[in-house]
Each structure stands twice: as structure tokens, then as C-alpha cells.
Write a protein that binds this ligand. Structure first.
Ligand code: TLP
Length: 358
């Protein structure tokens, strides 16, 4: 088999040797009784790193967001989200059917909600009629996946928090890649989390742990979240087997995210120079690169398929856009190789472009 460069997702990262070693020597117990020492250590570490009281290990980011919604809102409530948010775009199905709330999407700029739009979308109590839902929560995402891994800056979050607090509504953060945001700005992750009430972040993306996400917030919120977790399957017993890698992820893998960011910039810079590809460099702030291929006279499906045939794996984003992610499984030379393949594939598409389009 030829060379493979997997740019589909940072969820493709494999555990490090240190993680496997830590797992081998970790202590285990029954987490449903709160007795797995490794899970407890991870949960304490996560809460401390993010500057919150408590945290809870769950199987995935999707599960973390779902449990959070179950805990924060009730059936019939309305939740404000950015229109390309993962919570809306990719998880809306589970959330709407299981939590029976509806998500109200609002267009943002580079993934960031404008606080004035949030203010306008919150249903005023005075005008609230029985036929209207209650605005129960505002969700933000950082980094913002579908906007291209963009960073929502702390001061932008603060402005949204001012609106939510004024309306006595909680602010929730889908922080699947919050450490990428912190590394990109060179600030402590608490600079972002101090303005939100509760959140979720993933161990299994750029941080390279094989499984797991943490829901983080006040002690009261986490206690309630345990009930919700039970409703969707419960605790995972000797989950220290997962948590051991998670501890290594938080303690050792944050700084390396800058390598992914550098590789993404190199990738994006050269992609932007390819005739027929359009890419907004303003969106390339962390490890995600999204670009449009319609100028090559093709669609995203065909383009991704053609690259895949040559061992370069990527994902479509809608009909004309392609997404590539950098991560620990992709070295500088892999980026170089992938670019050679992409340039060649793009050339072929340009050449075979139907005459009526040129
Ligand atoms: N993102 C994944 C999936 O869409 C496959 C990816 O490859 O980007 N919030 C955000 C912002 C996410 O990007 C993701 C996953 C999740 C939540 C859900 O996390 P998991 O995959 O652990 O359920």
C-alpha cells in the first residue's frame, strides 16, 4: 500500500507510548461508586486546569454536550447557538430528539456570535406568551470547527456573558478544542473558561487520548450531570483505563498543539496559491483548514474521492468545500507530500474542466 496522509480529523490520533504505559500501571476501581482513583485524579485535574469546581468523565464530546443539555434545559426550551456550531450542525438530531428542546441558530462572524444578536434573540420575559418557548441557554464553540478552527477571543466571550448574565441565562461552551484556542493565543485556558458557566472539552482530539471528554462546571452542575449521564448509559466502571491516557493528554500534550497549528498554516498557505482553490487565510488560526474547490470545476465529493485514491484523506464540508485537519499523526513531510498530490489532482481537474465553464 502506498503512503497515507490522514487529514480527516484530529480524532484519528493514536495514543502515545506514555499513555499506554500510564494505562498499564494505573489503579482502577468502580467509577459508578466514585471509586476509580485514576478517574478521580483526571476529573480533579481537569477541573483545576479549567478553573472550575468539578468535572465528569464521559465517553465522547457528543455525549458531553448531550448530558449538559439534559442538565441545563428542559423539554420545550430554546437554546441559542451559532448557525454552524457542531452542537447544531452535527448533534442537533440527538439533542432535539432526546432532550426535546429546539436550537435557535444565529449567524456569527468567523464562528463568533455578535452579543447584540444574542441580546435580540433572547425572548423578553414581559412579552413571553404561553405559546412561546423560554430562552434557556446560550452556547458558544471554541475553537469553532465549521468556521475553520477559529478562536473566539476571551473579550468576545466576556461580552456575550454580560448579555446572558443580564438575562439570568447560563452560558455554555462546547470547548472540544479549547486548548487549541489557548495555545493559539498563548494564554492560559482559564482566560476563556472564566466567562462561561459550564463546558465540555475533548481528550481525544489534538491531545491524542484514545477516548473521552470531560463535562466541567460547578459542583452542583456536575452532580446533576451524573443523573443525566445515568439516563444515557451511566458510568463506565473501571474507566481508569481511559482516564490514565487523559491525564497524560492534559499534562503533556497541550504544548504540542502549536506544531499542528504551524503545519496547518503551511498547508493553507500553499493551498491558497493553487489556481481554482479559494481559501480565506483569516480562518486558519489553529489546526483546521477549510477551502473551496468549485473554481476547479468540480465539487467537494469528487475532489475528496480523487485525493483519497492517492492516499490523501480529507472530508467534504458541504457541496463545494473540503476540510483538512492537522494532528500528531501528520508530520511536516506528510504535509509536503499531501500538497504535491493536491497540486497534481487540482491540475487534472483544471485540465478536464468542461469547456463551457472555462
Ligand atoms: N468533531 C469531529 C466530528 O465531527 C467527527 C471532527 O472530526 O471534527 N464539538 C466539536 C466542536 C467537535 O468538533 C466534535 C467532534 C464534537 C463536539 C463531538 O466530539 P466526539 O467526536 O468526541 O463525539
Amino acid at each position: 500500500m502506498g503512503r497515507i496522509v490522514d487529514l480527516r480529523s484530529d480524532t484519528c490520533t493514536l495514543p502515545t507510548e506514555e499513555m499506554l504505559e500510564a494505562t498499564r500501571y494505573a489503579e482502577f476501581g468502580n467509577d459508578a461508586f466514585g471509586e476509580d482513583p485514576t478517574v478521580n485524579r483526571l476529573q480533579e485535574l481537569a477541573a483545576e486546569k479549567l478553573g472550575m469546581e468539578s468535572s465528569l468523565l464521559v465517553a465522547s464530546g457528543t455525549m458531553g454536550n448531550l448530558i449538559s443539555m439534559m442538565t441545563l434545559v428542559k423539554g420545550g426550551d430554546e437554546v441559542i447557538v451559532e448557525e454552524k456550531a457542531h452542537l447544531y450542525y452535527n448533534e442537533g438530531r440527538g439533542i432535539s430528539s432526546l432532550v426535546r428542546i429546539f436550537l435557535r441558530p444565529i449567524r456569527g462572524h468567523l464562528g463568533a456570535l455578535d452579543p447584540r444578536d444574542v441580546q435580540n434573540a433572547i425572548r423578553p420575559i414581559v412579552q413571553r406568551a404561553h405559546d412561546q418557548p423560554r430562552t434557556a441557554l446560550v452556547c458558544i464553540e471554541n475553537t469553532h470547527n465549521n468556521a475553520g478552527g477559529t478562536v473566539i477571543r476571551p473579550e468576545q466571550i466576556k461580552e456575550i456573558q454580560e448579555v446572558t448574565h443580564a438575562h439570568n441565562i447560563k452560558l455554555y461552551l462546547d470547548g472540544a478544542r479549547i486548548f487549541n484556542a489557548a495555545v493559539a493565543l498563548g494564554v492560559d485556558v482559564r482566560e476563556f473558561t472564566r466567562y462561561v458557566d459550564c463546558m465540555m472539552f475533548c481528550l481525544s482530539k489534538g491531545l491524542s487520548a484514545p477516548v473521552g471528554s470531560l463535562v466541567v462546571g460547578s459542583e452542583d452542575f456536575i452532580e446533576k450531570a451524573k443523573w443525566a449521564r445515568q439516563e444515557v448509559g451511566g458510568a463506565m466502571r473501571q474507566a481508569g483505563i481511559i482516564a490514565a491516557s487523559g491525564i497524560v493528554a492534559i499534562e503533556k500534550m497541550v504544548d504540542r498543539l502549536k506544531d499542528d497549528h504551524r503545519n496547518a498554516r503551511v498547508l493553507a498557505g500553499r493551498l491558497a496559491e493553487i489556481e481554482g482553490i479559494s481559501l480565506d487565510m483569516e480562518t486558519v488560526q489553529t489546526n483546521i483548514v477549510i477551502f473551496d474547490v468549485s473554481g476547479l470545476g468540480t465539487d467537494s465529493n469528487q475532489f475528496v474521492f480523487a485525493l483519497n485514491e492517492r492516499g490523501v484523506k480529507s472530508k467534504t464540508r458541504g457541496k463545494t468545500a473540503v476540510r483538512m485537519l492537522t494532528h500528531r499523526g501528520v508530520e511536516e513531510e506528510d504535509i509536503d507530500y499531501a500538497l504535491t498530490v493536491i497540486e497534481d489532482v487540482a491540475r487534472k481537474f483544471r485540465k478536464h474542466r468542461p469547456f463551457y465553464e472555462s
